[in-house]
Design a protein around this ligand. Structure first.
Ligand code: URA
Length: 436
């Protein structure tokens, strides 16, 4: 063999696929080889698709999943912000309708003394992306260099920005492939996908908000618990203190769904107002993050009420070119949906509201689609409110009125239940999971 010829692979893709097809565990070497070769485009998409399907059907145990995660991290760069002078801690949500929690949470945790390096993605489908929300703010930009992230962590303490292409590139390719091969729903593949990006980001602690319910990726408590356990186990295997909260997503969070609408609601929370559920979840997640950051005595509720988190928010937005005092864009068309009978409003269904907001233009069907900053749904009543036939329940916002009929069709009957009796109380935080 000449010195320029590549070394022969240690495995063949077919051998690795067949091992998982036959329910055998994959060795660390097989995993390193297959993900490395896939990143170098030496393993073909159809081979990786077959392996992903074998994993979906036959699973991976905790050791395989931890190795898979490590191999995805090793496919790219690992960031190190250990020199920013504050403990690092981050949060990841599996995605929900009206889930704007990162917006008040990152500045709140920074105002309590930790540093939050949140590298985020964009939204796909009925759950909105954090970057899409922040881009509703005039001038705000999502892309930062690693040095800009570091400087902002030192000066402000919180960064929410786009993930860099060098972070876990194997996941980027694999996630796109899973999306078109019916293999997204594998717990070890979801868990390793999320955790590889968070581990490569260089955080020192991680709080996971695993959503449960109609508006969530995981519809049942059992599936969400499985995902939470898989992710906390990966955190433990990699020495990353990780806590998962299972939280309710059968109803939208807060009253607003849509990019500019959610920014406005987050600013209300940072100014000491806002819906109770958004405030409660922000404070609960901040408490967990501060405990992992070694700041268990910080009082996030008091810091939120003091206005200190709002000051960090202004600096965080300005540092990324945004004007925190600029008026947010408003939709050109707003239509109201009213109650069709009298009774007690039981709360809107999260999936129906999320899908309606998406159809109004707030979300995208393909990752290259644009989103409307102004589109979305604003709820005018909350669970337990008494309504009469004809009472306005919610507003539909869009710049493209031809989208209104589709959204209206989604928001009827069981999506907006009005009952004779008040709805039962629902807990927002359903469970807390830690590894071990
Ligand atoms: N989000 C991710 O980042 N990866 C998945 O596999 C699913 C959701």
């Amino acid at each position: 063999m000449s010195p320029t010829e590549p070394a022969p692979p240690s495995f063949s893709a077919v051998e690795v696929i067949a091992a998982k097809r036959d329910r055998r565990g994959l060795s660390r070497e097989q995993i390193d080889w297959v993900l490395g070769a896939y990143t170098r485009e030496e393993v073909a998409d159809e081979q990786m698709a077959a392996l992903a399907m074998a994993i979906l059907l036959n699973g991976m145990d905790a050791a395989e999943t931890a190795h898979w995660t490590q191999a995805m991290i090793d496919s790219g760069e690992v960031l190190d912000f250990g020199d920013v002078g504050r403990p690092l801690v981050d949060k990841h949500s599996t995605g929900g309708v009206g889930d704007k929690i990162t917006l008040p949470l990152a500045p709140l945790v920074a105002a309590c003394g930790a540093a939050v390096p949140q590298l985020s993605g964009r939204g796909l489908g009925h759950t909105g992306g954090t970057l899409d929300k922040l881009e509703a703010i005039p001038g705000w930009r999502a892309s930062l260099t690693t040095e800009q992230i570091r400087a902002q962590l030192v000066e402000v303490g919180a960064v929410v920005c786009a993930t860099t292409p060098t972070l876990a590139p194997a996941d980027r390719r694999l996630y796109a492939l899973r999306d078109v091969t019916g293999t997204v729903e594998s717990v070890p593949l979801i868990a390793s996908s999320i955790m590889s990006k968070k581990l490569a980001e260089g955080t020192g602690g991680l709080v996971l908000d695993v959503k449960v319910g109609s508006g969530a990726f995981m519809k049942t408590f059992e599936r969400a618990g499985e995902l939470a356990d898989a992710m906390t186990a990966i955190g433990a295997a990699h020495g990353l203190p990780t806590t998962a909260l299972l939280t309710d997503m059968s109803r939208p969070l807060g009253r607003c769904v849509g990019n500019a609408l959610e920014v406005a609601e987050s600013v209300d929370v940072l100014r000491g107002g806002g819906p109770d559920d958004v405030v409660a979840l922000t404070v609960a997640l901040a408490g967990e993050m501060l405990t992992l950051a070694g700041l268990p005595d910080a009082d996030p509720a008091a810091v939120l009420a003091s206005g200190a988190a709002y000051e960090v928010w202004e600096r965080m937005i300005a540092a990324q070119g945004g004007d925190p005092s600029a008026p947010l864009p408003v939709a050109r068309h707003v239509e109201t949906v009213t109650a069709d009978r009298s009774g007690v409003f039981a709360g809107a269904d999260a999936l129906a509201v999320g899908t309606a907001a998406w159809r109004l233009g707030a979300g995208r069907a393909r990752k290259e689609d644009p989103v409307q900053a102004t589109a979305g749904v604003r709820m005018l009543v909350g669970p337990g409110d008494e309504v009469r036939a004809g009472t306005p329940l919610l507003e539909l916002h869009t710049d493209t009125p031809e989208r209104l009929a589709d959204a209206r069709r989604l928001l009827t009957g069981a999506a907006l239940p009005v009952d004779a009796d008040p709805p039962p109380e629902r807990a927002l935080v359903l469970d807390v999971r830690r590894a071990g």
